[in-house]
Structures are given as C-alpha cells and as structure tokens.
Design a protein around this ligand. Structure first.
Ligand code: ARG
Length: 594
C-alpha cells in the first residue's frame, strides 16, 4: 500500500505546483517536534531562494490550497516558512485499517527481486565458536530475514573456515596423543575407521591445547603448518581425519546456531571450492590479470582514485599454497556458476576490510562477476566488556559462545523468577527455564542489533536483560502485556477475531500509537535499503513506548461501549502483529508470559 508520507507529500507537492512552484518543494517528513505537529514540510524555505520571495508567503499560499482537504486536521504556516501538519483521525484510521488487512502489513515487495548471497556465520571448524562469531551470526540472520521479507531470493551461507591451520594443529596433537591410530601409520593401505577418533568434548579440548603448544614449540608449529598444507593437497590419511573433524564439529556448530535461532540455507565452506583454485589461478595468469612476483602469484588492485595505498592481492604463495583471498575468490567462481547472484553481502569483523576490498576488486577485474554486481562487505565492530576492551572471560580468555549464552540465560532466569514472585505466580523450574531461554536470546540479539553494526558496543548483561529501557525484554514485555489483555478479553466471553475494525482515535495517546504504527512501512523500507537492522530496533522501542502510554491511559477491559472496546482490541492486535513481525525480522520471538 502507498506509504503515508508519500500520500501527504503528493498532496503538498500538488499544492506547490498549483501555486506556480516546482513540486519537489513539497517533500514532507515526519515532524521532529511532535508537540507541535505530526508532519512538516520545509520546502518553502528552499523555494524562497529559487523564486526570490519570502518563505512565509509561499508557505501561506500552499497552506491556502490545502486548508479544506479532509486528510488534514490542521495545516498551518509558521515563521519563517514551515508548513506544520496534523492529519485527520478519520484518514489515519482508514490507513490503519488498510494496513491491518494487507499482507505484510502493507509493505510493498521488491518489484524486481534480486538473488542475494549472504555470507555470514563464518565459524571455523574445530575451533570453538566465540563471541566474535556471534555478531556475524546475529546481524547476518537479521539481514537475511529483512531481504527475504521484501521478496528477494536470499541464500544464506555459513561459509565455514574448514581448511585452516587449526586442522593441522588438531592432527599433529592427535598424532602425539594417539600415535597408534592407523592415520599415522605410513604403510597403512586399508580403509580408515568410520568412527571418529575423538568426541566433541575431546576435540574442544584438543584444539586450544594444540594452539597454545604451537606458540611455544617451534617444531610442533612447523609440523602443523606442513600437515595443513599436505591435507589441503589431499593427503589421504589427513583427509580422513579432516572428515572426522568436520562431522563431529558440524553437529556441534548446528546445535549452537540452533540455540541462536540462526539458520543457514547452505553449509558450505572453504574446502568446497578448492577444486576451482588451480584453473582459476592459471586462468588469471594466462589472461595477464595475475603475475608472478618472487614465486608468488599476485593481482594488482590499486586504482587511481584510491586515497590510500592498496597492496596487491596475494593469491598463491611461493610454495603453491592458497590463501584466504584465494578461497574467497574461488567461492565467488562457484557461486556464479550455481546461483548467479545479483548481490553479495559479507559479514565479518571490520578489520577484514582490506581483505574484502582486494577480493572484490579482483573479482571485478577478472570478470568473475557482472559489472553491475553489488559486492558488499559489512564490517562490524567489536563487542567490548564493561571496561571498554574486547569482551573476555573473567579469567581473561576468549569467551565461548556457549558460555555466554548460558550466562545471559541465567540472568534472564533470575529476572523471570523475581518477576513471578512479585506477581505471585507459581512457576515450575522447567517453565521458568523455557521462558528464560526465549528472553535471554532476545536480550542478547537486541543488545547487539540495536547498535549500528559498524560500531563497537559494550556487552552489559545486567542492562540487556532488564525489563525496562531500550532492551529486548522490554519489547517482549509489551507483547506479553498485549497477549494478556487479549486473554482477559476472551475470558469475558468475547471473541477477539470479531474485533477487526479500528475507529478514528478519540485520545491523543491513541492517535500517537496509530501514527507510529502507520510508519512501519517507511521504517522497514529504510532498514532494507540501508541494510540496517538497528532502525527496526529504534522503531519498536518507540512503538513499545507509545503503546505503554496508550495502555496506561485507557481502560480497555472495563470499557462499556462495545464498539469502542472492539476498536481498541483491534488496535492491540495490530500493535502485537507489528511488534511480532519486527522481532521476527530481528531473529527472536516473544514468550506467552514472562
Ligand atoms: N572464518 C572467518 C573468520 O573467522 C570469517 C569468514 C568470513 N567470510 C568470508 N567469506 N571470508 O574470520
């Protein structure tokens, strides 16, 4: 459906035109002084310069044309030339009812949907997931949902780091711990065991141990490097261990991502694209795009307009080994072959900016992607602790994602128990834990997504799980509150399904709620165009606030005028539906009670 700002702007622009000015001056926006008006047009000021006239004169003329239009309750010109607008409650109710009826709450789908690859998650197999991967998963999942919501064909790929040094480290550590395994018997020609030589908890312990050892033991470190290289080249024994690591690790990763309500369409990784590498590198050399430099293969990516120097992209080391950039380029080659995406969106720590700039330049230069293909890197900031330094465990180590989730769930659990005590509700342990998991996840995701993703933010459990303030649980609380009013309404023997029509607002707080609701289309479109989930957080926080004002101001259940009551129930349903649609896009859900 047409956005309300579009309708108002059209009317005002028409008025400018019929007064003899250009229509572009009619651009109208949401007022930043809601105490004075709801919408505002500042075009008369700009028109004044172009037409050499006093702005207030122009504003007065335009207002004169619109004074009798029924969509406006009040339209006035204000010094020096503002046009202040309040819309009529009838017009607003009509729009709100349409929004409630329409699919997707009136949001318009992309007319020419794109195929979009979202590369997020980026876990490294055999290494435990840590908080650095959290942001990639949380932000990427939300972006994926937003892109899908607007009708695009979106493919989310976890793009595992599954070939790196961690594999060599695990293999060498395993060799020292279990030298009798057939993988380490060079003369072994039989079939390797189907059973993995370790469990997930062993693997969880092996990698950190090996990684610590490599820092001190040069011989071990070198072995791990060499083994990684052999494994990448296809050594049969190492490949067999690699497969075990992959199987065991993937199960664990899936469980972790499930707990985060993060779901990938593809579980591909760097290993999947290795077969493309030899031809790709050779092709780049043959076409003169890449060249050899001291035995290595590089591609120049600097451009004239660069304001800082961009080093060449290294795609093969002198020993023949492929690099991070090589894998990413080969991944583009494969994605083009399989999906021909119109857009790519990558999520990783913003310190990977140079890497992605290089990769994208090579991809364009080599013609791996179409000229107009949109390759975007969304680098996110660091999650810091309260001390402003990258978030660590109390012991100073890297926090594992699992423990982080446990901690936040525990904090949410405490809040829920407190809340129940205050309400006098009896709650089973199991029920409380179930709710805590839902609330904890909302706290965690909202805490992250409510910041612009490129910025660093402070991870503050106490604040994140609070039921008050700009937090996930606060938003959930409003949804739960609506659910409870709807339940009470049903208890009085009435059917909420029959409450469908919203009448013109009779109270200011009610109109304010409707005005916020009707801006959903603008907000979601902006979040979509700017790839900015935080805009949705800002919006639902505002919506939750205006809803609470309305709620405190209105006795819904005891209202005697049945039509009025029905209208409010319908308004509540729309508020709930809107909030739920938004949190769905952010990647979390609301419990029934909390
Ligand atoms: N595995 C990488 C890391 O942990 C992130 C992968 C990002 N995606 C990509 N296509 N390079 O840093």
């Amino acid at each position: 459906m047409k956005k309300i700002l579009g309708i108002i702007t059209d009317k005002v622009a028409q008025a400018f035109i019929s007064c003899g000015y250009e229509g572009k001056y009619g651009q109208t926006g949401i007022s930043n002084r809601p105490d004075l008006c709801e919408y505002q047009c500042n075009g008369a000021m700009a028109a004044a310069k172009a037409y050499k006239k006093a702005p207030i004169k122009i504003a007065e003329e335009v207002v004169g044309k619109l004074a009798t239009d029924s969509i406006f309750e009040e339209i006035t010109s204000v010094m020096p030339g503002f046009i202040n607008i309040k819309i009529s409650t009838e017009f607003l109710a009509e729009r709100i009812n349409q929004m409630a009826e329409e699919d997707k709450l009136g949001c318009e789908m992309e007319k020419e949907p794109d195929t979009i690859i979202i590369d997020y998650g980026g876990a490294n197999v055999a290494k435990p997931l840590h908080v650095g991967h959290l942001r990639s998963a949380v932000i990427g999942e939300s972006i994926k949902r937003i892109m899908k919501f607007f009708g695009n064909h979106v493919i989310g790929d976890v793009h595992l780091g599954d070939l790196g040094l961690q594999m060599g480290l695990v293999i060498e550590e395993l060799r020292d711990r279990k030298p009798d395994l057939p993988y380490f018997d060079e003369g072994f020609t039989g079939e390797y065991p189907k059973e993995a030589p370790f469990t997930i908890s062993e693997l969880d312990e092996i990698y950190p141990a090996a990684s610590a050892r490599a820092k001190e033991d040069e011989e071990f470190n070198e072995r791990a490097h060499n083994t990684t290289f052999q494994m990448q080249k296809g050594n049969r024994a190492y490949h067999a261990i690699w497969e075990h690591i992959m199987n065991v690790s993937k199960i664990d990763l899936k469980r972790n991502y499930d707990n985060l309500n993060v779901e990938f369409d593809l579980w591909k990784g760097e290993s999947d694209v290795q077969p493309y590498i030899p031809d790709m590198v050779q092709g780049l050399l043959d076409r003169g795009i890449a060249y050899k430099s001291q035995g290595a293969v590089v591609v120049d990516v600097a451009m004239e307009q660069d304001n800082k120097e961009l080093p060449p992209c290294l795609i093969q080391k002198s020993d023949g080994a492929a690099l991070y950039a090589t894998s990413d380029l080969a991944t583009i080659v494969e994605r083009e072959k399989l999906y021909q995406p119109d857009r790519y969106i990558y999520l990783a720590d913003k310190r990977q900016d140079l890497h992605f700039t290089q990769v994208f330049r090579v991809a364009k230069k080599a013609g791996f992607v179409k000229e107009n293909c949109d390759l975007k890197f969304l680098g996110f900031g660091t999650m810091n602790g309260k001390d402003g330094k990258p978030f660590k465990t109390r012991a100073g180590g890297v926090m594992r994602l699992e423990y982080l989730l446990k901690e936040i769930n525990e904090a949410a659990y405490q809040k829920i128990v407190e809340n129940q005590k205050a309400n006098g509700e009896e709650l089973s342990e199991e029920e409380a834990r179930g709710r805590a998991a839902i609330v904890g996840l909302a706290a965690l995701k909202y805490g992250d997504l409510s910041n612009q993703s490129a910025k660093d933010y402070i991870f503050d459990i106490e604040r994140f799980v609070s039921f008050e303030g700009n937090t996930g649980p606060y938003i959930l609380y409003v949804i739960v509150r609506i659910k409870s009013i709807l339940a009470k309404y049903a208890e009085t023997g009435k059917n909420e399904a029959e409450a469908t029509k919203i009448c013109p607002a009779v109270k200011d707080s009610e109109k304010a709620l409707m005005l916020t609701l009707i801006h959903l289309q603008e907000v979601l479109e902006m979040a979509y165009k700017e790839i900015a989930p935080y805009k949705i957080c800002q919006y639902i926080y505002e919506l939750a606030n205006v809803f609470n004002s309305f709620y405190h101001d209105t006795k819904i259940i005891s209202e005697e005028n049945e039509m009025q009551q029905k209208s409010w129930i319908a308004l509540l349903k729309l508020t709930k539906k809107t909030l739920e649609a938004c949190i769905e896009l952010l990647g979390f859900q609301a419990p029934d009670r909390m």
